[in-house]
Design a protein around this ligand. Structure first.
Ligand SMILES: [Fe+2]
Length: 404
């Protein structure tokens, strides 16, 4: 089977990088842009300066600053239609993962003229998305370098993944100065999400030496900088490392894809409104232990990247155990929870979540429709690119272990 590595996004990084925003947009010969953000980010002084920069450059700026906690199909469809009607020729997203996913969805709908619901799955739209510039304001989702947009479909109570080579952002601007006012709790949650991207990419069955090199360095960089950016002095250099590690982790998982943590989290996010970062983060240590045991050559590398000093005679199982405990130690140090509350996922819903995970992460609307007619048993395997097959009953056990 051939392997493809594709990463066309230009990355501009460092303190002050945001000052290049207007010049970047002008580089697309754009005259009219849609600026996508949320009500909190759009109140920041640096955001207002970025807006002034665009207006001073002579650009017509159409604003959509009402993004919610998740990117929503109905908002994306409405704003995509608005972008078409107003002849918008580029989309700028300034915000966290949900804002960037919304901006990407708008750029897809704006170019293709059909509902995002009909574009979900892999490569289900024909025209290149409008040019996109992404400015992440959390170091977590990595959406700024990802072809994928993750959206909530309220009408069908589902979270859906949509993307393909035609929806890569054109430019990602990584300026650690915009992370300065990020609350530590959110910095921890998003930082853990980025860590899961690196870990899932490194352990994916589609991993290659190319993605392994990037994923492993992303894990190492993240593990060595998260404490310094969240606790104590909240160092700007550490925040710059978090941002870069977040993009690197997503470059790796964009090519090697994601595994069981994201697959199992998807029904939680769609049905019980579990925040993505909490879903994947709490699942990750369990999923890492589950998968690393079939990757004996990789387990020591993961442990070392997480900061463990391994002895040369350490067995793969010992390396796996040490890697998982190093990850848990990091969670403890940055204040990220190890469990979900009983209210967040009631035990009587665990079986339903395990069954709903069966179609996998990349199934889209069509895959969920097929799932409705499937007969699910304890031994049904969950669709995933992870190295070890996981059955519904094994998923049930992991969900149960995640509940406090
Ligand atoms: Fe994620």
């Amino acid at each position: 089977m051939s392997n493809v590595y594709h990463m066309p996004t230009r990355i501009v990084s460092g303190v002050g990088a945001l000052e290049s925003l207007a010049a970047t947009i002008k580089g697309f010969a754009a005259k009219s842009v849609m600026l996508v953000s949320d009500p909190i980010i759009s109140r920041q002084s640096w955001y207002q300066r970025a807006l002034e920069q665009l207006v001073a450059a002579g650009l017509s700026v159409l604003r959509f600053e009402e993004c919610e906690i998740d990117a929503r199909v109905r908002q994306i469809d409405a704003q995509g239609k608005r972008a078409r009607e107003q002849s918008v020729d580029a989309v700028i997203s300034i915000g966290g993962g949900s804002v960037m996913c919304a901006g990407k969805g708008i750029a897809i709908v704006g170019a293709n003229g059909k509902s995002l619901r009909d574009c979900t799955g892999v490569g289900n739209f024909e025209r290149r998305a409008l040019p996109m510039v992404m400015v992440p304001t959390t170091a977590g989702s990595g959406s700024e370098v990802s072809q994928w947009t993750v959206v909530k479909d309220d009408e069908n109570h589902a979270k859906l993944v949509c993307g393909g080579p035609l929806s890569f952002p054109d430019v990602a601007i990584l300026d650690p100065a915009v992370l300065e006012s990020l609350p530590p709790r959110i910095a921890a949650a998003t930082g853990v999400d980025a860590m899961t991207h690196g870990l899932e990419a490194y352990t994916s069955s589609l991993a290659s030496p190319l993605t392994d090199a990037i994923a492993l360095e992303a894990i190492r960089l993240q593990a060595s900088s998260l404490r310094a950016s969240i606790c104590g002095l909240r160092d700007v250099n550490a925040r710059a490392d978090n941002l870069l590690a977040s993009s690197m982790a997503n470059i790796a998982c964009g090519n090697a894809r994601l595994g069981h943590a994201h697959t199992l989290s998807l029904p939680l996010e769609g049905l019980v409104d579990m925040p993505h970062t909490l879903g994947v983060g709490v699942l990750m240590p369990h999923v890492l232990a589950f998968n690393l045991m079939v990757l004996p050559a990789k387990a020591p590398h993961v442990a070392r990247a997480l900061g463990v000093r391994l002895h040369d005679d350490c067995s793969p199982q010992q390396a796996t155990d040490l890697a998982v405990s190093a990850l848990r130690q990091l969670y403890g140090d940055i204040g990220f929870p190890m469990h979900w509350s009983r209210d967040a996922l009631p035990k009587q819903q665990v079986r339903e979540m395990a069954e709903r995970a069966v179609p996998g992460l990349y199934a889209g609307t069509a895959g969920i429709e097929r799932f409705k007619s499937m007969k699910i048993t304890d031994d049904t395997v969950i669709e995933s690119l992870a190295p070890r097959k996981m059955t519904v009953s094994q998923a049930e056990a992991i969900f149960t272990a995640c509940i406090a």
